[in-house]
Design a protein around this ligand. Structure first.
Ligand SMILES: C[S@@+](CC[C@H](N)C(=O)[O-])C[C@H]1O[C@@H](n2cnc3c(N)ncnc32)[C@H](O)[C@@H]1O
Length: 270
């Protein structure tokens, strides 16, 4: 079958779930994953002998399963990560958080902790860029830690991943803390894309409506004891409430814009 015909099939089937450009992009991700082929092969009229495999994948995609869980690959800040249903799929916004942290702390040799590490994406990207730093990542989910450790082995990056419930446990002796914690209030679930809600781990996404800032508050309290500089990913909707809370605590903080011009990155220093 011609790849151009398959591409049209993917686009038609996926349009109810995704925009046209996202649907096309998903086809190209599958094409690259299955046959190491690209857009050029489609344009020059190449054919595939494994159209059944493409169709099987399309059946899962139509159910809303994210393509990264099917290919079990997610690119993140120059790394090719393994991902599956045990971890959140790393997002481009998080790459921006990593970029900012790297720019502000070039070549550091300090002790760095990624809280809520998931696939290990942040910790591994930082260690890749800072070979001399002592980088750790923690998560409450043993399943997530298994994925992070698998990535660590494959990428040969010396990151210490450990289990920790940051809401209960103490952490000690870190100079820089980075976190993309769960921050979506459960009440927002209805408004979210069902592909995310139905497939990605809820432990990674949601916090109780009663205190959606719980992770930020707890991590900042822990960081204050060791004067660790904190960098967070958050939602732009929390800008005002976080501002008020940080001012009440008399803390020194700074907002950084993401590539869409939204206040999504928060830095707290001492
Ligand atoms: C939004 S995900 C971020 C994953 C990854 N760092 C990323 O940016 O793609 C939040 C992570 O926090 C972890 N988590 C949830 N509750 C936690 C807790 N109490 N202590 C430590 N980690 C927690 C989840 O298992 C999940 O991996």
């Amino acid at each position: 079958m011609k790849l151009s015909v398959l591409k049209a099939l993917y686009t038609d089937v996926l349009i109810p779930l995704y925009s046209r450009s996202e649907a096309e992009n998903i086809f190209y991700i599958v094409l690259q994953n299955l046959e190491k082929k690209s857009k050029t092969d489609v344009i020059v009229g190449a054919e595939t002998l494994i159209s059944e495999t493409y169709r099987d994948i399309l059946v899962e995609l139509k159910k809303g399963v994210p393509v990264q869980y099917l290919t079990q690959e997610a690119p993140f800040y120059n790394l090719d990560l393994f991902v599956d249903e045990r971890v959140l799929i790393p997002r481009p916004e998080t790459e921006q958080l990593v970029h900012l942290v790297l720019e502000e702390n070039k070549g550091t040799t300090k002790k760095v902790l990624d809280i809520g590490t998931g696939s290990g994406c942040i910790a591994l990207a930082l260690k890749n860029a800072w070979p001399e730093a002592q980088v750790s990542g923690c998560d409450v989910s043993e399943e997530a830690l298994a994925v992070a450790n698998k990535n660590k082995e494959t990428l040969s990056l010396d990151v210490d991943f450990f289990k920790c419930n940051i809401l209960n446990d103490e952490i000690e002796d870190f100079d820089i803390i980075i976190s993309n914690p769960p921050y979506i209030a459960i009440s927002e679930k209805e408004e979210m894309h069902k592909n995310v809600v139905n497939n990605e781990p809820h432990l990674a996404l949601f916090v109780e409506d009663s205190d959606p800032l719980i992770f930020y508050k707890k991590i900042i309290q822990l960081a204050s004891k060791q004067k660790a500089t904190c960098y967070f990913e958050t939602s732009e909707y929390y800008r005002n409430v976080l501002d008020s809370w940080l001012q009440e605590q008399d803390l020194s903080f700074e907002w950084k814009l993401d590539f869409q011009g939204k206040d999504r990155i928060l830095k707290v220093a001492w």
